[in-house]
Each structure stands twice: as C-alpha cells, then as structure tokens.
Design a protein around this ligand. Structure first.
Ligand code: SF4
Length: 447
C-alpha cells in the first residue's frame, strides 16, 4: 500500500453531497492527508455515493467496482460513504467485500477518527458510529476553484413527499444556528469567494426545527448585513414556505440574487394531493405570479416529475400548457421511477417507464423552444457575470455565469469570446449571440 498520505475522492450526486465531501477532505487534512487526482497514488480511495434514484445507485456501484480494481493493484483503503450506504448497508457489505469501510450519512466531520484504526493497520472499528449532524465548518476543504462555494444550512427533511426517499435516508431536518452560518459565509468571503450558494433539502423550512418557526428571511437579512460575498444564491425553495416575507426580503437585498428555484413537480390537483405536496394547482399558479410581482426580473427555475402514478395524457397536456404559460427560465424534468420504500411506488395506476420517458423528452423539447425564445431578450443587454475560467468547449473562450445561472452549468453558461478576464472576476459583458440555453458575450465597458 502506498504511504504518501494522499486521498482520491469521487463525489457523486448533488451539491449537498459535495459539501459533505469537502467536510471529509477537511477532516482528513487535519491528519495530514492531501487530495490527489491520481487514484493509483492514493492511500485512501473515497467514494461519496448518491442513493436518490436507481440510476444514481447504479452509478455509485459502478464507481465502487472501478476503484476496487485499483485497490486490488495498489492496496489502498477503499472507503464508501453517503446515501447509498444509508440506503442498504447490510446488502452492500455482503455483495462488495472489497470495500474496507462503509460510513453512512452524518459522520463526515469525524471521518479521520473513524478511519484511524484502519490506517494504523488494524481490522477496523468495533463500535457503532455516533451520528454527527452538521457542525461548525472549521475542517472543510473547498474542492472548487475558490471563487464559489456551497454552504449547507440544514440537513435532512421533515416533509413527506410520496415519491421521495430522502427523509428516510437523511433523517428529519436539522438546521444549523444562524450565527454559525453567518460566520462560515464570512470566512468564505474573506478567503475570496464571490458567490455562496445556500443549500438544504428544503430551504424554506430553515429554522423550524431549531427555533420553532421558519427563520429563512431572518437569516437572509443577517447575511445581507454581514461580511458576505457579493452573490448569495438559494437552492431550493419548497413552494409551501415561499412566503411574501421571504420574497420581499430577496427583492430588497443587494446580495441575495433574484433567482428562485422552486421545484413544483406536477400541476394537476389529484397528483399534487397523491404526492403529498400540500399545495394545489390554484395556489401554485398564484405563487408563480406572486414571485414575478414581488421580484421584478426574477429568474425562475422549476423541476417536474412526469409519469407519476395516475398521471393521464390529459394531466400531462395540462402540465405542458402550464409550463408554456409560466415561462420558466430554466427547467429540470425527470421521468418518475418508483423507489422502493416510498408511498408512490405502491400507488395504483403506475405509468409505464417508456411512456414516462417519452413525456419527459417531450416536455424538455418544449422547454428548449421556450428557452431559445426567451434568451433572445438578452441580445445587446449588459449583464454582470462571474468568470469561471477558460471554457471546456474551447481554449479561445472564457465561460461565465450571470446572476440567473446557478453553478455546475445546470442553467447554461455565458461564453465570452472577446476581452480578457481572470477566473473569479465579476464584470459586465454585452450579449452578442443567444442559443437554446447558452449566451455569448464580449467584455463590455466596465467603468
Ligand atoms: S421536500 Fe424535497 S427532500 Fe423533502 S420529502 Fe419532498 S422532495 Fe424529498
């Protein structure tokens, strides 16, 4: 086994998982381990898995098998953590004996202590692991480029959406104290981070477990008046908690971006009720209108699941009409897949997978046309962008994001084809070309 104190990490799934990965890297850094991009030189091969959907579980298992081959060559310690482990640890242990250590969610900041016996050549831990939710962030090691970071403000979820396994995997919501979040955001700003994206399973419910009522507007006001970075973004707001107070707080802030990601999932009343979304069609439509009224120029993103149990052709057509009328800036569409252990998997009138996939494709094609049309409004406009560096598409382009585009390219990018800039710069560009999801601009007069 190599002994250079290097760790190779694969972080699968969502940004919440990425924050967990960074916390684990921080914990290992405390005992001298540095990240490496070369798995064959690593002493520890670490995979942070995703267990959300069947496809993500399959990707996690494929990654474990790939790294198990490397472990067979190098003798490194193979460690698998995260949602997949929580999902079915016993089965996995039996099926994948090559894995040295399985660690479920909520133990990330103690990873070094958990692995200590293994790293000293012992057989491993003999006690059950205690659960540490999310604590102060001193150990976190940012894996990104340093100009943007995620901050997790709560872990878990106390809702009960019929299709979702997250509350079973991650547990009920545990919010972090406001002051702790403020201090972490200030530390990131001091280190040069320009954009902080606040994440949780359900941001709208932030604080309800800790303070007895939702405190997101209060937290945002606190961050707005603290040493925060210039861009603060929220991902995602559950419709029910998207209150007038919250929207007015966003509208009044100079730092909280006018960007709302509101997963609506479906629109017909009977489906919303079966999925236990606690909101009907009428209130959903009113909410979309209220958001646009209170935050002029807002970027609105949503997510829908098509092929939910009981979704008829009429329901799907109604959803397409709703999407066209609502003019979402960005849209994510998923074909429903019945997850074992959820209520939705047991409901009658399941829609065949092929039909669900066809509907997903059709809805995304519709959104593509709507998006292409909408982006034309940006032509010749000046937009403030955050430069991400040289584009993956071409060395001749820089890639950047404007305020209405979240990290990781989920909302498209702004490509800069004229002018000089550095990674992490915030500057104005003039849009010279528009596409289906992306924009092209040149660096404008920035005086
Ligand atoms: S609010 Fe989101 S995370 Fe929570 S149960 Fe519903 S879909 Fe799952």
């Amino acid at each position: 086994m190599p002994n250079k104190k290097l760790v190779y990490v694969v972080s699968l799934g969502c940004p919440k998982n990425l924050v967990d990965t960074e916390t684990m890297l921080g914990s290992l850094a405390d005992v001298g381990y540095k990240p490496t991009s070369e798995p064959k030189e690593a002493d520890i091969l670490l995979i942070n898995t995703c267990g959300f959907l069947l496809s993500s579980r399959q990707e996690s298992i494929d990654t474990i098998l790939e790294l198990a081959d490397i472990k067979a060559e190098t003798g490194a310690l193979l460690v698998v953590v995260g949602c997949l482990v929580e999902h079915n640890e016993a089965e996995l242990k039996e099926a994948l004996p090559e894995v040295d250590e399985w660690v479920g969610v909520g133990r990330y900041s103690k990873l070094a202590a958990i692995l200590e016996p293994r790293l000293k050549g012992k057989k491993g831990r003999d006690k059950a692991l205690p659960y540490y939710a999310i604590g102060p962030d001193e150990a976190r090691l940012l894996s990104g480029k340093g100009y943007a970071a995620y901050v997790k403000i709560a872990e878990g979820c106390s809702m009960d959406c019929a299709f979702c396994k997250i509350p079973q995997i991650r547990g009920r919501q545990i919010s972090r104290p406001m002051e702790e979040i403020r201090d972490e955001v200030a530390r990131l700003a001091a280190s040069g981070v320009k954009e902080v994206t606040m994440i949780a399973q359900n941001l709208s419910a932030y604080g309800s477990d800790l303070y007895g009522r939702g405190k997101l507007p209060e937290l945002l006001k606190m961050l707005d008046n603290s040493a925060s970075p210039p861009w603060l973004r929220l991902l995602y707001l559950y419709p029910l908690g998207c209150t007038v107070e919250l929207l007015e707080t966003i509208a009044a802030s100079s730092r909280i971006l006018p960007y709302i990601d509101l997963p609506l999932q479906t629109i017909s009343d009977h489906l919303l009720k079966d999925m236990r979304r606690h909101i009907g069609e009428k209130r959903t439509r009113e909410l979309v209108k209220r958001i646009r009224d209170i935050i002029p120029g807002v970027t609105l993103r949503s997510t829908f699941i098509v092929g939910l149990p009981g979704e008829t052709e009429d329901d799907f057509n109604k959803l397409c009409d709703f999407v066209a009328e609502s003019s979402f800036d960005h849209l994510g569409v998923f074909a429903f897949s019945p997850e074992e252990g959820t209520l939705a998997a047991t409901l009658p009138n399941q829609v065949p997978a092929k039909v669900a996939e066809k509907r997903a494709k059709k809805l995304m094609n519709l959104q593509k046309k709507l998006s292409r049309q909408k982006l034309k409004n940006y032509l010749h406009q000046k937009l403030e962008v955050l430069v991400e560096g040289v584009s993956e598409e071409s060395d001749l382009l820089l890639s950047a994001r404007h305020k209405g585009q979240a990290p990781d390219g989920i909302d498209g990018l702004v490509y800069i084809n004229e002018g000089q800039a550095n990674e992490g710069d915030l500057l104005n560009v003039e849009i010279v070309k528009t596409g289906d999801y992306d924009l092209v601009g040149r660096i404008a007069d920035n005086d």
